[in-house]
Design a binder for this molecule. Structure first.
Ligand code: BES
Ligand code: ZN
Length: 418
């Protein structure tokens, strides 16, 4: 186990550190648990140690595929300690030095992201990604309305001063969303709306449509409800968060509305989530993903909608390739090509755990994150009081595409019996 782990880190992170006898400054380095333990034992000077959880699927002793959680550590370390670490690893772990040195923290985080990406690539999707529900999807897609999405964005971004996780606005936004979602559910007995209570004031909101034949398999579509000001957020801060992320919640709410009002009954269970406290470190989604994992809930796919209404470039949808599942990403791209052929889809990476999809990925679930623009062309007003719908032309034309995509995703995954 130990050998495999250290070897995995070193082979994935590509290079081995070349021992140097020279004295040096503090440098950035990343490594797996075993190497980190040896480094600690050597008494080396360390700063800013950041652990990153990585979920790995690999063959177990009995040959079956199992999951285990690994930690990769990124830190500043006295360069002088590295030759000894290299030696210790060779002697104790009998492998090429399982660590990597980086030029900067950003470079180190890229490496950790790449490591996680490689680990996720190995995740075998549990579901059939065949696109075979046109008869249901097409008529539903035509019911999705821009005006509804626009009005949700306007309400979320103007009814409260902010939706920060610890303010009255943040709490009220969650409670009001429950009222709105209950009204959309109407009298359907297969639908429930609940709040997920956290250790802070703002609650996450979950609407569930129970699956008819396969309710134990869950499909999750989520976005975050909270907003933030990078300059600091308190009770009276103006943080409209129209794009980040009223837009994502509005897109998923419109997909949900169409499903609910059309009387669509999924075979698998569909859950729509508005996460609390994303902006302070993905906390709401982490709490939910952890709870689901601990209760062995079978989530077969997660779609994250965070920032859907700012078209910063010619492309319509940018698939984020890190901290996401490549097989499901291909499925989502195929959904767009099939149902929304007019859209231009490309790819980019965040380079770090930039939104709630990463909470699911880190717990071993399959997640995708279709984003509004290439990262270089994203909305520069987020986390300021200027994140208003006026920056998106006072319409929800762009967010509309994501609502349609989410709808196709919900029905294609929701309609399978297995
Ligand atoms: N919506 C953003 C993430 C984002 C921003 C993705 C720009 C792509 C382009 C999200 O709400 C956010 O702000 N995330 C934080 C990280 C999180 C762990 C607190 C961020 O990006 O700093
Ligand atoms: Zn944000």
């Amino acid at each position: 186990m130990r050998l495999r782990r250290a070897a995995l880190v070193s082979s994935t992170l590509a290079t081995c550190f070349v021992a140097s006898a020279q004295a040096g400054p503090m440098v950035w380095a990343s490594m797996g648990e075993d190497a980190y333990r040896l480094l600690r034992r050597s008494g080396a000077e360390l700063e800013r140690v950041e652990p990153y959880a990585v979920e790995i699927r690999a063959p177990q002793a009995d040959g079956r595929i199992g999951t285990r959680e690994e930690t990769v550590y990124l830190m500043r370390v006295d360069e002088d300690a590295l030759p000894r670490l290299s030696r210790d690893i060779h002697e104790n772990l009998k492998t090429c030095a399982g660590f990597m040195v980086h030029t900067s923290r950003a470079d180190g985080r890229q490496a950790v992201a790449g490591f996680r990406e490689a680990a996720q690539r190995g995740v075998k999707p549990l579901v059939n990604y065949q696109i075979d529900d046109e008869a249901e999807v097409n008529p539903l897609i035509s019911q999705v309305q821009e005006s509804n999405i626009r009005s949700t964005i306007v309400k979320l971004s103007t009814n409260y001063k902010n939706r920060y996780y610890a303010t009255t606005g943040g709490v009220n936004a969650s409670n009001d969303l429950v009222t709105t979602w209950k009204a959309l559910a109407g009298s359907r007995t297969d639908v429930t709306v609940k709040q997920f209570t956290h250790s802070w004031a703002q609650k996450s909101v979950i609407l569930e449509i129970k699956g008819t034949t396969n309710p134990g398999k869950v499909v999750v579509i989520g976005g975050h409800l909270d907003s933030i000001l990078s300059s600091g957020t308190s009770e009276n801060s103006i943080a409209p968060g129209a794009d980040d992320d009223a837009s994502g919640v509005a897109s998923l709410q419109e997909a949900m509305r169409v499903l609910l009002q059309s009387g669509y009954k999924p075979k698998r269970t569909l859950q729509f989530m508005a996460y609390a406290a994303e902006e302070i470190g993905l906390k709401g989604s982490q709490a939910i993903a952890t709870d689901y994992k601990n209760n062995a809930k079978k989530v077969v796919g997660v779609l994250q909608l965070d920032m859907t209404n700012y078209q910063g470039a010619a492309s319509d949808i940018t698939m984020i390739t890190d901290y996401t599942n490549s097989a499901q990403n291909t499925f989502v791209k195929n959904l767009a090509a099939h149902y929304l052929p007019e859209l231009k889809v490309n790819e980019d990476r965040c380079g770090y755990a930039c939104s709630d999809h990463a909470s699911w990925t880190n717990k071993g679930y399959v997640a995708s994150f279709p984003f509004e623009a290439p990262l270089a062309n994203d909305n520069k007003n987020i986390h300021t009081s200027n994140d208003t719908i006026s920056k998106s032309g006072d319409n929800a034309n762009h967010a509309l595409k994501f609502a349609k995509l989410a709808l196709a995703y919900a029905v294609e995954l929701g309609s399978d019996g297995k």
